[in-house]
Design a protein. Structure first.
Length: 339
């Protein structure tokens, strides 16, 4: 019996474009632009050690974090790919202070979409050859097409996303994304430069045995988080759980979605609102998690219901297998009631 041919990402996008009847192909071209940019970034990531593009660039971004050379390069690659295809009216990047206005065509500003992006998540790991990724989030603008894009086009609740995804640059390169109709993963065949559907209908196991957190900050964590970690480490039932922490959100999340687990970046003494950005990291990852049967919260409320107030807003983040997140929330609530 002949083997069923693999479906390419391009074929999949075309097949699913009917999910967006009003897009007239524009949304499909937007995803294609992200696909193209990811291939270019993948090429640069894979030759980083021999092309003098590892290490610091000498600047800090708006969060006060030292920028890596690949941060800047990946940011430029994605902005250029999205701008040249005239498929977005605005882009907000974790690496930029403010959003970027994009004029499309002779009349300008006619696209209905805005993109928020973390061009290279976990880039500090590049120097030691650890997996990194890209995270993206897509919304329909709320202002009138044809007018300049405004801040409120980007400050939308996560539940308003029409698509979100990530690219993981690891032992293999994958695009994983959702348009609100499940989560699908595509693996890049480097010999052909083509993404193929390799992980259809991805689902979080309802429970898991992996917890991912930087335990070096344990002493600074809220008591509810400390108590949950003790629960994870307790010899009882299917516990203790296994601690696995890469330090790249995309990589940790991707592993946990496949194997079952929870990722946590709570608030702590030096970061009272946590470290992860709501718009560039938490909202898109939360959207993917929920579409895959998982859960995401700040410890007390659903991530996708948080009202953004600024482009680079930070929030605590608990995300992963549903029962594990609910148990972490339970410990957070119990501790909060004691105050």
């Amino acid at each position: 019996m002949s083997k069923q041919p693999l479906q390419t990402l391009g074929e999949f996008i075309i097949e699913k474009q009917d999910d967006f009847q009003s897009s007239t192909g524009e949304f499909s071209r937007l995803l294609s632009a992200i696909r193209l940019a990811s291939k270019v970034v993948n090429r640069e990531v894979n030759k980083a050690g021999i092309a003098d593009i590892i290490g610091h660039v000498g600047n800090t971004n708006v969060q006060g974090e030292e920028q890596q050379k690949l941060d800047v390069l990946a940011n430029n690659i994605f902005i250029e790919a999205l701008s040249q295809r005239e498929v977005v009216c605005g882009i907000a990047s974790e690496e930029s202070d403010d959003f970027i206005e994009i004029k499309c065509g002779a009349n300008g500003h006619l696209s209905k979409y805005v993109v928020l992006i973390d061009p290279l998540d976990g880039s500090s790991n590049i120097d030691v050859n650890v997996s990194v990724g890209t995270i993206f989030s897509i919304y329909k603008r709320v202002t009138e097409p044809g007018t300049p894009v405004e801040l409120k086009d980007f400050l939308q609740k996560g539940e308003k996303q029409i698509a979100a995804g990530y690219i993981v640059y690891g032992s293999s390169t994958m695009i994983v994304y959702t348009t609100g109709n499940g989560v699908n993963g595509f693996t890049l065949d480097p010999s052909l430069g083509t993404y193929y559907l390799s992980h259809p209908n991805m689902q979080f196991p309802e429970n898991g045995k992996i917890y991912s957190i930087n335990e070096g900050n344990y002493i600074k964590f809220p008591q509810g988080v400390k108590n949950y970690l003790k629960y994870c480490q307790m010899m009882e039932g299917d516990r203790p759980y296994t601690s696995r922490y890469i330090g790249s959100l995309v990589s940790d999340f991707h592993r946990n979605m496949i194997k079952g687990g929870i990722y946590m970046y709570p608030s702590y003494a030096n970061a009272p609102n946590g470290k992860l950005r709501l718009l560039y990291e938490c909202n898109p990852i939360a959207f993917i998690a929920e579409q895959a049967g998982g859960k995401a919260s700040n410890g007390f409320e659903r991530i996708l219901e948080i009202e953004p107030t600024e482009l680079h807003q930070r929030v605590p983040f608990f995300c992963g297998s549903k029962k594990m997140v609910e148990k972490a929330e339970e410990f957070m609530r119990i501790d909060a009631l004691k105050d």
